[in-house]
Design a protein around this ligand. Structure first.
Ligand code: SAM
Ligand code: SF4
Length: 474
């Protein structure tokens, strides 16, 4: 059954659907960039301005290899200039794969009889979290299918359960969720449980495609999904993540629609979404990718570089759906978060299972390295792995925006907190080799800091971490 919009609590104008396909098509069809114009747009972004739909279309329509290279270079420069070397790490934790929807591309879809359905009990959830903590994780995203079992109270309970688990020096300090859209009161319930970000992807912003891949269940209602984050805002959740599943329709359209979604947020709430995700569709149980809209590696890296320039102050999330080589390239364009040590089968963290069984999982992942191996690689490449959760816990919401726009914010908070959380990881979980590399990276970052109170205080706190204190942050 398709839900009718009038059945929902539509608070006001803000909850009206805002995607105008013709407007997006017009920008894509009528923008014919010259070299000069492309360079002007890149320069505007490097000057710390977000781009309009028309300007983003200029970058999308720039197909000359030389210009594509300049766009990628622009994204790299922006990252180096603004964000530095930090990469925040997290892990997904799948809580249950029962689902009443029928999304063609997803292993959990209701018609997939091969999928083995499980919901973690509280005890199993605790075991999973203990295993994650034993690896050094501090930030999780809980993921649920869409099913009456996974109502707001169930989700809130799982969030509270996760926060309570303390194994050794381990604890989860930020629990984000990716779950079905809810009504405002239900969003309040999960908000009160202390979630960090509420994340939901529109999958495709193209109506016809949306209807053709979401065949049944509540998710077949495009508008109810589109306005989910407005209801979340109404419930006080101001930290939200948007995304599109690339490979369902033309990536150019989806990219502009994502920017349109950001515009909607800025116009209505004065703040953009916290993060944008851009998963690329992968094989799943009883599903193989349709070639028509498959996004090649070249177009994928290009689209992420354009996204970075278009919304220079929004966090970008890149997941283990992508193989190591693609992850490495895209990270240099200013991705802010990646997952590490990812397992997406329910119960797999505690069972220490490495092989994927697609009939128990949502899709195929392509980077199954351990968290330790990923940190090792990041350190080799001079990145500063971070488990920082300070802003969220200190009530500083909108941190990506602050990182970008508040002078000195990164120097005062982000870099010191990245070093402190890395130092904890090195003390508690790293191999001797990784510990030595990590200490060198911390020393290098310290040497690059200006002398002054922050540096002094950071040195003192790093000593305290060595002496056994934990959870020190600015
Ligand atoms: N049931 C929730 C929902 O639909 O919003 C949870 C979503 S799911 C567990 C998280 C995301 O995985 C989906 O929003 C979708 O974008 C993505 N996904 C689903 N099937 C996929 C596939 N075959 N390859 C890559 N990503 C996929
Ligand atoms: Fe269910 Fe989400 Fe998968 Fe759709 S994408 S079948 S809603 S779990």
């Amino acid at each position: 059954m398709i839900y009718q919009p009038q059945q929902y609590a539509i608070a006001d104008e803000r909850m009206k659907p805002f995607i105008d396909e013709q407007e997006i098509q017009r920008f894509l069809e009528n923008t014919h960039p010259t070299k000069e114009r492309v360079r002007e747009v890149i320069a505007k972004s490097l000057d710390k301005n977000r781009l309009s739909l028309e300007e983003t279309a200029v970058l999308i329509n720039a197909t000359d290899p030389e210009l594509i290279e300049e766009i990628k270079q622009g994204a790299k420069t922006l990252k180096e200039k603004v964000y530095g070397k930090r990469i925040v790490l997290f892990a997904p934790l799948y809580v249950g794969n029962f689902c009443t929807n029928n999304c063609k591309y997803c292993g959990f879809r209701t018609t997939n009889r091969k999928q083995v359905r499980t919901t973690l009990s509280d005890e199993q959830l605790v075991k999973e979290v203990e295993a994650l903590e034993e690896n050094g994780q501090k930030r999780l995203i809980l993921v649920y299918g869409e099913h009456p079992k996974y109502n707001a109270e169930f989700i809130a309970n799982s969030v509270r359960t996760v926060y309570k688990v303390k194994k050794g020096n381990g604890e989860i300090r930020r629990v984000n969720i990716n779950a079905a859209p809810m009504e405002i009161d239900d969003f309040r319930t999960v908000h009160e449980a202390g979630i960090g970000t509420y994340q939901i992807f529109q999958e495709t912003y193209h109506h016809e495609t949306y209807q053709s891949v979401h065949l049944a269940g509540k998710k077949a209602d495009y508008n109810y999904r589109l306005t989910a984050l407005d209801r979340a805002q109404e419930a006080g959740i101001d930290d939200v993540g948007i995304g599109a599943l690339f490979g369902l329709y033309d990536w150019r359209f989806e990219l502009l629609a994502l920017i349109r979604h950001v515009n909607h947020f800025e116009a209505c709430y004065n703040v953009g979404p916290h993060t944008i995700s851009f998963p690329r569709i992968k094989d799943a149980s009883e599903f193989a990718i349709v070639d028509k809209w498959r996004v090649s590696d070249g177009d994928f890296t290009r689209l992420v570089a354009i996204l970075r320039l278009a919304v220079p102050y929004t966090g970008l999330i890149l997941t283990a759906r992508e193989p190591m080589e693609i992850r490495s390239e895209i990270m240099s364009f200013g991705v802010s978060q990646i997952d590490g040590g990812t397992k997406i089968e329910m119960g797999a963290y505690s069972k220490k299972e490495d092989n994927q069984d697609l009939d128990k999982e949502q899709f195929k992942i392509n980077d199954n390295r351990s968290l330790g191996d990923i940190i090792d690689e990041l350190l080799d490449k001079d990145y500063l792995p971070s488990f920082c959760t300070a802003c969220y816990r200190a009530g500083r919401t909108g941190e990506h925006f602050m990182e970008f726009s508040v002078p000195g914010f990164i120097k005062k908070y982000c870099t010191p907190n990245a070093m402190l959380t890395l130092a904890e990881y090195l003390e508690d979980y790293a191999t001797l080799d990784v510990k030595a590399k990590g200490e060198r990276v911390i020393a290098k970052n310290l040497a690059e800091m200006e002398e002054g109170m922050i540096k002094q205080s950071l040195i003192e706190r790093l000593d305290k971490v060595k002496a056994g204190e934990r959870d020190l942050y600015f």
